[in-house]
Design a protein around this ligand. Sequence first.
Ligand code: ADP
Ligand code: MG
Length: 429
Amino acid sequence: MPAKIATPDGYLPQKPETLAAYLSGIEAVRRILGGTPEKWTIAEVGDGNLNLVFIVKGPEGGVAVKQALPYVRLVGESWPLPLSRAHFEHMALSEQARLTGNLVPKIHHYDEILALIVMELLEPHIIMRRGMIAGVEYPRFAEDISSFMARTLYFTSDLALTASAKKALIAAFAGNTALCKITEDLIFTDPYRVAELNRWTSPQLDGYAARWREDGDLKVAVSRLKLKFLSSAEAMLHGDLHTGSIMLTTEDTRVIDPEFAFMGPMGFDVGAIMANFLINFFAQDGHEAQPGARESYRAWVLATLEQIMTSFRTKFLQLWRENATGDAYPASLFQGAEGEARLEVERHAYMDRLWADTVGFAAAKMIRRVLGLAHNIDLEWIADPDRRASCEARVLTLARDMMVNSGRYPTIASVTEAARAMRRDMKSY
Ligand code: ADP
Ligand code: MG
């Protein structure tokens, strides 16, 4: 068993009883909850993979409390994980709040020793993935998530920051190695080799899993992506930006859970959103009551994905034109109308490179959700294994092509078109 993580003096995993006493000592929280601690109800949510999350309600209002454990909650003490993830989550959440305003939950209190964050209770928000499985359309989402990505990525990049400010940010997040390592192993490595933690719909997809492990082109492609993830400190990433890290209503969108935050390649965040939309698109066949019943929802999923990617590009470019305060692309090198024209061409070339990364990272995220440890309920909740395997096989097949033949996907329209064609032409696993 790997070594246990030492916890600081004063660290104690919270229980409802201890938490009520603790929160009653924080003036700001007491005011939000109202009344006295005997009047508060505290429940552990229990659907977090890594941490404890409590929902606390008082006569006046509520808060959510998230606490890191010195191990992975879902697995137990056999998988140690440092408490410092709460520190990185708090830092990222603060930075995202500064850059996006109300697209993240407000922080009410942070306790470094307890590795505990008290934040705004999001209500009646639900986890987006659950809404998308139920077939709910979210008209604000494309607008909100494209702003979130454009602003958090642009303003933490060398396009906006001085070299010293950028390096300070790299230093601030450099210690989040344990969480990065989870991504490095579970996304970029394990699905392509025999690994104890891998699982897939078996025996239906056994042949896919075996072929994926023997596919040299794929292994080169995913290794290039892994290298980029390891080495390209382009901007502050959320690091786990899937539809399970978004809580929303039709009117309000919040991004939660940035404990994987670090300075990495922008396409990793943008690709995470794309992957999860494509997975949901393919999963709809497993959820519709009769064939075709979810046709209009499928259309919404792909149209929204197109809008997210298009708006992200437009917004990022606009931020660059208006806030070129970074040390990259010095203004003194691009003066006058001619300089500006040359720079504008280069801005588009930059976005094209970011797009190519996005396609690759999206593909890696799709494959890991079918062959790796952590699956999505979009697919997992399809009870019939044959039906599920057929949806999953389409996810795998499209993802492989996106990763190995990324040049075939120069635009978001080419991706959504390929997804439609895959669903039409590939009948079964
Ligand atoms: P983990 O990192 O352990 O997976 P998350 O941050 O994803 O934990 O939170 C786990 C669950 O707790 C979420 O899926 C959601 O249901 C609930 N939750 C988290 N933050 C809030 C919040 N601010 N308001 C309401 N519910 C929340
Ligand atoms: Mg998490």
